[in-house]
Ligand binder design. Structure first.
Ligand code: NAD
Length: 500
């Protein structure tokens, strides 16, 4: 069986670790590979490699770093079919969705190609007579990224293209559930001309993460994953003096106003709730219907659409399914237990995705699309992130009740409103305590040149991923105040210098 090790100093290297994790094909339940879980000393050695590479990489001009990014973008595009297949085989999402993930990742590379412009800094002429001030945006050194299973390429690519373009070196610690594809991406970076040691991958778990969080040679840590781990990463990394951006879990609500166009809402909601089997941090898992009439109409349409959904393996189909399996048996069992808890807590189960089998894939980790009505705060299916194909309908009486409901939830990643009334939409954008807001857009994921991040317990740390925040996160600013006297100084000044 193939064993996946690490990618250090420009090549794949076997790990000496005795600890290994199985990698599965979620559509069949077969174990396909093993991934080694790196040791402390291997992780420390990788940091050493990245630190050495920083000496030369940080001195490469931004224009030349950008040219490598241009070549990397072209290679990613040339290899998109193969990379998508690799994602599907370990994550389970359908191929078109895997390609969509890759495209959103490539967009961050496109943004990074503009790094000479983005690193220009500030300049003020004559802050005092004959005195100029300007800022330098300098790289930090070795940076680390820790990513979740649900976007094995896109989430790492929120991080490393910008970090590298800014002149840092990088250690990626991908999810142990789907580690293959990012190893191939590392080879493409090398093919694009990235010097050895600038980008490295350590496959591992808490043991290697704890090294990245505590080793003084690592200057910044980017994390995306569940909230308890995000909080731990933020607290531990900060305690060791690092910059940390840590994005956590979500419970994304969509308000459906009585004036919304119901066919448009239904189609938006179907993709947002069940696409990628609900394993997206921006998935809509709660539909908040204003008025019983709105809820009844929407539910009737949703039930019809759900009955026509195709669920099956993410690749190898004749007609592409709408949704694939969940990533692992453990995760599928967890989602099933949430469905049980919803029934126990008194929610009304309208479509039951339990006992869902796909012909010839009986061992796959499939859970069918599930719909609950009359869900209320306090129920576990409302309070907690399920991260599966389970859509909850909450009924409220008014727009204000909908806003209060959303603002009271501990998570604040994404949200949206469907309405034909501009005034409601405008108020919503201003009042809602959530980081990414959609108006008649179900999954408002910001583009690469904007920044991605939630509010409340969906994020820890002030700077979000990519866009200007990404550039600020991976650079430290130095401000120079300079005077070039004409002729030699004739008087000594001993009082506090002030600008004139
Ligand atoms: P996870 O938190 O279990 O794992 C994320 C990463 O942390 C992995 O690399 C894992 O190896 C590592 N890790 C796990 N336990 C650890 C520990 N105790 N100490 C140190 N490192 C540890 O998350 P997951 O199940 O892979 O991904 C799903 C979660 O990610 C969901 O909660 C989802 O909402 C979230 N997510 C959030 C965003 C966002 O932008 N906010 C985006 C994608 C996913």
């Amino acid at each position: 069986m193939q064993v996946i090790g690490n990618f250090i100093n420009g090549k794949r290297v076997a790990s000496e670790s005795s600890r290994k994790a199985p990698v599965f094909n979620p559509a069949t339940g077969e174990q396909t590979k093993l991934v080694t879980l790196a040791t402390v000393s291997e992780t420390e050695a990788a940091i050493g490699v990245a630190q050495t590479a920083f000496e030369t990489w940080s001195k490469v001009t931004p224009l030349n770093r950008s040219r490598i990014m241009f070549r990397f973008k072209a290679l990613m595009e040339q290899n998109i079919d193969l990379l998508a297949e690799m994602i599907t085989l370990e994550h389970g999402k359908v191929l078109s969705d895997a390609k969509g993930e890759l495209t959103r990742g490539i967009e961050v590379v496109e943004f990074s190609c503009g790094i000479p412009h983005l690193l220009k800094g500030e300049h003020s002429l004559n802050v005092g007579r004959g005195v100029d001030s300007f800022s330098l945006m300098q790289p930090l050194g070795v940076c680390a990224g820790i990513s979740p299973f649900n976007f094995p390429v896109m989430v790492p690519m929120w991080m490393f293209p910008i970090a590298l373009a800014c002149g840092n070196t990088f250690i990626m610690k991908p999810s142990e559930k789907d580690p293959s594809v990012i190893m191939r991406v590392a080879e493409l970076l090398k093919e694009a001309g990235l010097p050895d040691g600038v980008f490295n991958i350590i496959n591992g778990d808490k043991e290697s993460v704890d090294v990245l969080l505590s080793d003084s040679r690592v200057h910044a840590v980017s994390f995306v994953g569940s909230t308890p781990i995000a909080e731990y990463i933020y607290a531990t990394g900060s305690k060791h003096g690092k910059r940390v951006q840590a994005l956590g879990g979500a419970k994304n609500h969509m308000i459906v106003m009585p004036d919304a166009e119901v066919d448009q809402v239904t189609s938006a909601l179907m993709g947002a709730a069940f696409g990628s089997a609900g394993e997206r941090c921006m998935a809509i898992s709660v539909a908040v219907c204003v008025g019983d009439g709105t809820a009844d109409l929407l539910i009737a349409k949703l039930k019809q659409e759900i009955s026509e959904m195709r669920v099956g393996p993410g690749s190898g189909f004749i007609e592409e399914p709408h949704m694939g399996p969940l990533v692992s048996k453990v995760h599928a069992d967890k989602v099933l237990s949430y469905i049980d808890s919803g029934i126990e807590d008194g929610a009304k189960l309208l479509v039951d995705g339990r006992d869902f089998k796909v012909v010839d894939h009986e061992q796959g980790y499939f859970v069918g699309p599930t719909l609950f009505d009359r869900v209320k705060p306090g129920m576990r299916i409302y309070n907690e992130e399920i991260f599966g194909p389970v859509l909850c309908v909450v009924r409220v009486k008014s727009y204000n009740d909908a806003v209060t409901l959303i603002n009271s939830h501990e998570y604040g990643n994404g949200t949206s409103i469907f309405t034909t009334d501009g005034d409601s939409a405008r108020q919503f954008c201003e009042q809602i305590q959530v980081g990414m807001v959609g108006v008649n857009i179900p999954i408002p994921v910001p583009m690469a040149f904007h920044s991605f991040g939630g509010w409340k317990r969906s994020v820890f740390g002030p700077l979000n991923m990519h866009g200007n925040d990404g550039v600020r996160f991976y650079t430290k600013m130095k401000t120079v105040t300079a005077r070039w006297p004409n002729g030699s100084q004739t008087t000594n000044t001993f009082s506090m210098p002030t600008m004139e």
